[in-house]
Ligand binder design. Structure first.
Ligand code: SF4
Length: 418
């Protein structure tokens, strides 16, 4: 049987698709390109913005045109949030919601072996946490350690799409890390929706998870894909700074540099607390002559009520934090969220202008961050792809570097001068 996989969205989705793929390959199926005619198409959807929803629907229609007889499986956040709508699209055979992921492979194998069948009555509420990790990439792998979120930020649909916060037991995370190491991969990116909230369903703690993973043979580097500022504790940072495999690289969602907007969003910190958090990490992890910590921050613009003055306030605060990178998001009005009915909705045109301002600020801050490391020594994990006679990789603090292609360095960590 030929199956093709199409994935939209975040690292979590890629780890989950990669795990589904391993299940079908173990069953003797062949994975083919989504451009090819396949017997089954599995689409892992995203619903973070209205655009991602429509992209998800378009992918379904595209593969149905490619093979009108194919069995089409739809999973992911759009499948959870827009189930009926998706079940109504021509060609859709089976939709799996957030709590049915562990059944995707087994039920699809059964359905296809048992011949085509359309089933709408989904079994909801099986609260298992679907463990997942990505493979097939020689340099780094995404390891899912947590899912869902129990916060309810005013603009966000993720808790509705992925459910309440829950985590994979440490023992299963370790098994995943060892399987990744067995593939010769040296770097793991811990991923989740609210990764720092690890331990909510097993009673284990986030620091315990990090300490256990740090002992896994073969893995030389870990990165934490994203962690809420209020969940990054001094204890964790002090341990990371004590000489571990966890890199000086933190992705921390700020969302706004205005306290008034943070309150509207329902975020759990203000700008002073956020600034103190970065200062704490810098105090524990930075020293003259040492690589600086790479802070990547998420920043949203255009939340209802974000006046020009509040936007300027947000920009000034971000500049004072001097992050290395800003992931910029225009606010997307999501049905069912508190922000969707807030007064003072900002026009798409104004959002586009503000995104452009923030992307310019990001380019400036990132340029300053990289320039500050010129001439410094670093260790780079080189990727296995040759491009135009050169190869690339990331330093410990996530600076991208390139050098002339040398196959002996592919997938290896090497000393460099930036
Ligand atoms: S913490 Fe993140 S995932 Fe959770 S509700 Fe807020 S924005 Fe959404």
């Amino acid at each position: 049987m030929k199956i093709a996989f199409l994935t939209l969205g975040c690292k979590l989705n890629y780890a989950e698709t990669s795990t589904y793929e391993r299940g079908f390959l173990q069953a003797g199926w062949e994975a083919v390109s989504p451009k090819e005619k396949a017997d089954v198409y599995l689409i892992n959807t995203c619903s973070v913005t209205a655009t991602s929803d429509s992209k998800s629907r378009n992918l379904i229609r595209k593969v149905h045109r490619l093979n009108p007889l194919a069995y089409i499986v739809v999973t992911g956040c759009s499948a959870q949030l827009r189930r009926q709508e998706i079940e109504g699209i021509d060609g859709v055979s089976r939709v799996f919601g957030a709590h049915e992921k562990q059944n995707v492979v087994s039920e699809t194998l059964e359905a296809v072996r048992g011949g085509h069948g359309f089933r709408s009555a989904a079994t909801a509420g099986t609260d298992g946490v679907f463990g997942a990790f990505s493979t097939g990439e020689r340099t780094r792998s995404f390891l899912k350690v947590q899912d869902g979120c129990s916060n309810c930020c005013a603009y966000c649909t993720v808790p509705y799409a992925r459910g309440e916060s829950r985590n994979i037991p440490i023992s299963e995370c370790l098994a995943g890390a060892r399987a990744i190491a067995a593939e010769g991969v040296k770097e793991i990116v811990l991923t989740g929706v609210n990764t720092g909230d690890f331990g909510r369903t097993t009673g284990e703690s986030f620091p315990d998870l990090l300490k256990a993973l740090n002992e896994v043979e073969g893995i030389e580097r870990y990165r934490i894909s994203s962690i809420e500022p209020n969940l990054l504790t001094e204890e964790t940072v002090a341990w990371i700074a004590s000489g571990t495999k966890f890199q000086p690289h933190f992705h921390i969602p700020l969302q706004s540099g205005s306290d008034e907007i943070l309150r509207k969003m329902g975020r759990r910190y203000d700008t002073a607390a956020f600034y103190d958090k970065l200062s704490m990490v810098r105090r524990l992890m930075e020293a003259p002559g040492r690589l600086k910590v790479f802070f990547g921050i998420d920043l949203m613009t255009g939340l209802p009520g974000e006046s020009e003055a509040l936007f300027r306030e947000s920009c000034d605060f971000v500049r004072s934090c001097a992050p290395a990178f800003i992931h910029v998001f225009p606010y997307s009005r999501r049905p069912g969220t508190p922000a969707a009915s807030m007064p003072g909705q900002v026009s798409e045109e104004v959002k586009r202008e503000r995104v452009a301002v923030l992307e310019e600020l990001c380019a400036e801050l990132h340029g300053d961050f990289v320039a500050a490391h010129r001439g410094m020594h670093a260790r780079v994990l080189f990727e296995s792809k040759e491009k135009d006679g050169s190869m690339g990789g990331y330093t410990e603090n996530y600076i991208r570097v390139t050098r002339p292609w040398d196959p002996s360095l592919s997938g290896q960590i090497a000393d460099v001068v930036i």
